[in-house]
Design a protein around this ligand. Structure first.
Ligand code: 6PG
Length: 259
């Protein structure tokens, strides 16, 4: 793994992770907005980032540092459910953060996962991304930041082991059939994630320690461990890990800088 643009930050627990990630993100937003008008971020779903989202909206110091009207929120992936469904990643981020901050509705770019045709929803999302970034078909957008989590099976976003979307190199977003859930997910693809200025992985919990060791220190097995496919093309990547998930890592082998 190339460690010059990848770092690991090990924190005590999920609370500390939320705080560390929030501070990193707020700093990156303010630095990025020195040289551009707007900041684009693709949010991750699941449960881990909820603390981060609540902090960004609820901590007055952090919240006050974010020029919300200049930040555009996208999603890295979505379940194939309506936006008010308890499983919706949009729903989680909206409740934890977006409904509590002064953000224009036009800055919230959710995946229309209520569309019964998941392929159509993915294509519509990709069209919206191209419009926002003013790019032509075939070009890859450069998000300022993408947030990612990882499952205990080594998946990230909705890129699950052995799933059809893993090798997608052209489309920006796809509907990905997930066998174990017997359902579609809508997900951005690896080239989009890898093109971001900043990739923040947030991974916590001892149940993920084996998968994390395999991803960071194991042999190259990108179909079995899709999170290995996430390699920043020209930006940087920061792993926020809590102690329980990182207990099996051997830092000396990796050459990654430990904070
Ligand atoms: C999702 C996420 C997914 C998530 C991991 C970790 O839609 O569920 O995008 O990739 O990040 O499954 O989920 P937890 O944070 O709940 O462990």
């Amino acid at each position: 793994m190339n460690s010059k643009n990848q770092k690991i930050k090990i924190v005590a627990d999920a609370e500390a992770m939320g705080r560390a990630a929030a501070e990193t993100l707020v700093k990156h937003i303010s630095e990025s907005l020195q040289t551009r008008d707007v900041y684009s971020i693709a949010l991750s779903g699941g449960s881990t980032p909820r603390r981060l989202y609540r902090l960004l909206a609820g901590d007055s110091e952090l919240r006050g540092k974010i020029p919300w009207k200049r930040v555009h929120f996208f999603w890295g992936d979505e379940r194939h459910v309506p936006p008010d469904h308890p499983d919706s990643n949009y729903h989680m981020a909206f409740e934890a953060m977006l409904c509590r901050v002064p953000i224009p509705p036009a800055n919230i770019h959710r995946m229309r996962a209520e569309d019964p045709d998941a392929d159509q929803a993915a294509e519509d999302y990709a069209r919206g991304i191209r419009r926002f970034f003013d790019i032509a078909s075939g070009e890859i957008p450069r998000f300022n930041c993408v947030l990612l989590g990882m499952g205990s099976d080594g998946h990230t976003a909705s890129l699950f082991p052995g799933s059809p979307a893993l090798g997608e190199q052209k489309r920006l977003a796809v509907a990905n059939w997930v066998e174990k859930f017997q359902s579609y997910r809508i997900t951005l693809t690896v080239p989009v994630f890898n093109n971001a200025d900043l990739i923040l992985f947030l991974v916590s919990g001892k149940q993920k320690a084996d998968a994390l060791k395999a991803v960071l220190e194991g042999d190259w097995a990108p179909d079995r461990y899709p999170a290995q496919r996430i390699q920043p093309k020209h930006g940087s990547m920061l792993w926020f890990l809590d102690r329980p998930v990182s207990k099996r890592l051997d830092a000396h082998q990796r050459g990654l800088q430990l904070d």
